[in-house]
Design a protein around this ligand. Structure first.
Ligand code: AMP
Length: 403
């Protein structure tokens, strides 16, 4: 990823200045409560760095998928503002229900040094997702400097990610600490890994990860594949998968990808066995099956032999990247494979390896288990980290590199 032109927020003078910071406060919510505040915490080093040096912050973010036709209470950033105020131990204002109305403009205009304003959800305007230049120009008027710290949205060309820094040409446009850390670990792991380099992929759908497998083939020493996505590969190899989750339409693609990986130096490590049950529920009777699963059963987690093989590969790694659970980890006992992978990665990290967790479900799983501190880096971006593992475009980063 080119970074020659990229300036970091710590390299610029912010004293007495208002910094417009794109953060990613797109946090999981349940009944109006934030269920995981990792993304808010991850933005704090950048915000604190600006405040400590005498600057003020106007923060902007999206949350969820509102219709884009104005304020919707279900998608307000008010809980995020309250959470950030608690973490920072200072007031965080959320001026109004609209990020570019007169109330917001007046609030930003009278911000005190050391003040923090969080604008309301950018996606209340359909213009955000369209990358609209007029909307961006209105946001751009808020800051003397721009700081991009929303790694979780950096694979999107939304207005706040691309058109705002473009509209701020002539003013410093910088990368925040979170963005820099994410790029360092994700692109560092892929472009210049210490070997052995092991990638672990899982999750439900192989269709989401085909581009990742193609990009990693020949780059990683071992590609470990668990989760339901393994069943589509096993079907392509001629195994019976019972009632396990299979993407029938992807079987030919799966066959082609196996051949593509086998043509490289990468070893493909697939599960040798599975924990199976008649239905995906807690408390059901389970059994262990080899690669051919009986017609009435579903594979819901990797089995003990697979765990041993996966753990051994991970423990030997000097670089290990993981995206996607090994099984139906939300329901015990089908979380055992995911837990074993997490623990093996923590062991490898303790032994000096670099471990990187892709965002999304995998980060939620390790955060929920209280294990996040055991890894070198837990990404805050699901789609964004996958895009980096695919080697695909990152418009939010490229906008800064052009600056
Ligand atoms: P993804 O969004 O593709 O990363 O998939 C994550 C989801 O895949 C999680 O909700 C897991 O419970 C689910 N999953 C992983 N393995 C299995 C499996 N063997 N059977 C059913 N669901 C699974």
């Amino acid at each position: 990823m080119p970074s020659a032109a990229r300036t970091t927020i710590d390299a610029v003078e912010v004293s007495g200045k208002t910094v417009l910071v794109r953060v990613d406060f797109n946090v999981p919510m349940s009944e109006g409560e934030i269920t995981d505040d990792s993304r808010i915490r991850a933005a704090v080093p950048t915000i604190q760095s600006i405040l400590d040096r005498g600057g003020s912050c106007v923060l902007m973010s999206h949350l969820g998928r509102p219709s884009g036709n104005g304020f919707e209470a279900a998608f307000t950033l008010a809980p995020a503002a309250a959470r950030l105020a608690e973490i920072l131990g200072r007031q965080v204002d959320l001026p109004s229900g609209d990020c570019v109305d007169e109330v917001s403009i007046a609030a930003v205009g009278s911000i005190d040094p050391g003040g923090v304003i969080l604008l309301e959800n950018l996606r209340f305007h359909g213009a955000e997702k369209k990358g609209d230049a007029d909307f961006a120009a209105r946001l751009a008027s808020y800051g003397e400097l721009y700081c991009q710290d929303a790694f979780g949205a950096a694979h999107r060309a939304d207005a706040s990610m691309v058109a705002v820094p473009e509209a701020m040409a002539g003013r410093p446009r910088t990368a925040g600490r979170l963005l820099e850390a994410e790029l360092k670990y994700l692109s560092g792991a892929i472009d210049s890994p210490e070997r052995p380099f092991v990638a672990v992929l899982g999750g439900a759908k192989i269709s989401d990860k085909l581009a990742t497998i193609r990009h990693l083939a020949g780059r990683v020493d071992t590609l470990v594949v668990g989760g339901a996505m393994a069943f589509t590969l096993l079907r392509a190899m001629g195994h019976g998968t019972g009632r396990s989750l299979v993407e029938e339409s992807m079987i030919d693609e799966a066959r082609a990808i196996i051949e593509a990986v086998e043509a490289t130096s990468t070893t493909l490590l697939l599960p040798a066995d599975f924990v199976c049950a008649g239905s995906p529920a807690a408390g059901v009777e389970t059994s262990i099956s080899g690669r051919n699963i009986e017609p009435g059963l579903m594979g819901l987690d990797i089995g003990p032999a697979s765990i041993s093989a996966f753990v051994a590969a991970i423990r030997e790694a000097r670089t290990v990247v993981w995206n996607g659970p090994m099984g139906l980890f939300e329901i015990s006992p089908f979380d055992a494979g995911t837990l074993a992978v997490a623990k093996a990665m923590i062991d490898a990290t303790t032994a000096g390896a670099t471990s990187v967790i892709g965002g999304g479900d995998t980060a939620a799983a390790v955060n929920g288990l209280g294990l996040a501190s055991g890894f070198t880096h837990v990404s805050t971006g699901g789609g964004a980290s996958l895009r980096m593992l695919e080697g695909g475009p990152m418009p939010g980063v490229e906008a800064l590199d052009r600056a």
